[in-house]
Design a protein around this ligand. Structure first.
Ligand code: PMP
Length: 305
């Protein structure tokens, strides 16, 4: 069970144990909600900064808009609420989870009169795919679940109900003994992980699926692309097939929860020599330097507590 002291609910701080919803909460039944996952890092100089808070809150409000929910809070108010939640919990480093959901009222599908509620929780969370995974790489497989049509999933919104697809894929992967599932789209092209974007290195170039595919516009994906360009690496945003994973010299995944995680094996086939490769290592190191310091090469990515 997640441990936290205080949650932010509709503008007020409440004890964590009282941050509850009614069983007829519309979102609980049908999954219409927008959410974010955000990390705050304690940096090398001892100060804490939320990584790319502005972009996360912008995406949250866009997801709510895509999900036809009018959030009553502005970007600035939600940014301040994240900072307030961190401080109220006396956290220096944490994962933040804002959620905009459709509250209790009617249970008809439309439920246009139900209140739109907003909540934020914060709690410590280690890298999703494990410290070992970050260091040595994870084992992944091609999921039997498929990312849906663009107009079915509306993948640019981080909308709760869409995550049934990811939850099923994650449970399948874990049950089969893999750390992660890699999802293909309906045409069989590589899309993303259950909660991560994916990159491969092939003949010295970095490839990642383009945003017109059914994938989330990941904020870590964007950070890694900025850092890779900065390091003069060659990047190609273009669709690629499953077999490209098998012949890639490196594969890695990016996400707020999983950060930059190397993949050392796909479908029981070793990637490269089965160890994280030099490009993955370099981008990992640049990512952690940006998030944790030392140095502030990207001050625009830091929202100080
Ligand atoms: N794809 C999916 C499906 C995700 O859930 C996430 C996590 N938010 C990502 C990609 C990575 O996005 P980000 O880097 O913004 O966390």
């Amino acid at each position: 069970m997640i441990k936290s002291e205080v949650a932010w609910m509709n503008g007020k701080l409440v004890p964590f144990g009282q941050a509850n919803v009614h069983v007829i909460t519309h979102t609980l039944h049908y999954g219409l909600a927008a959410f974010e996952g955000i990390r705050c890092y304690k940096r090398a100089d001892g100060r804490s900064a939320i990584f790319r808070l502005r972009e996360h809150i912008e995406r949250l409000l866009e997801s709510a808009k895509i999900a036809t929910m009018d959030c009553t809070y502005t970007r600035e108010q939600l940014e301040n609420a994240c900072v307030e939640t961190m401080k109220a919990n006396k956290l220096e480093e944490a994962y933040l989870r804002p959620l905009i959901y459709l509250g209790a009222g009617m249970l008809g599908l439309g439920a246009t009169a139900n209140p739109v509620e907003t909540a934020i929780v914060a709690f410590p969370w280690a890298p999703l795919l494990g410290e070992e995974g970050i260091k040595h790489g994870i084992r992944a497989h091609i999921s039997t679940y498929v990312r849906g049509h663009l107009n079915h999933t509306m993948s640019k919104g981080k909308i709760s109900g869409q995550y049934v697809n990811s939850v099923l894929a994650k449970r399948e992967a874990n049950r089969l003994g893999y750390e992660e599932g890699i999802m293909l789209d309906a045409q069989g092209r590589v899309a993303e992980g259950t909660g991560e974007n994916i990159f491969i290195v092939y003949r010295g170039r970095i490839y990642t699926p383009p945003l017109e595919m059914p994938i989330l516009n990941g904020i870590t994906r964007d950070a890694v692309l900025v850092l890779a360009r900065q390091a003069k690496m060659e990047i190609v945003e273009q669709p690629f097939t499953r077999d490209m994973l098998y012949v890639a010299s490196e594969v890695f995944m990016t996400g707020t929860a999983s950060e930059v995680t190397p993949v050392r094996e796909v479908d029981a086939r070793p990637i490269g020599d089965g160890k994280p490769g030099p490009i993955t290592r370099k981008l990992q190191q640049m990512f952690y330097a940006a998030a944790r310091g030392p140095g502030e090469e990207h001050p625009e990515w830091l929202h100080w507590l």
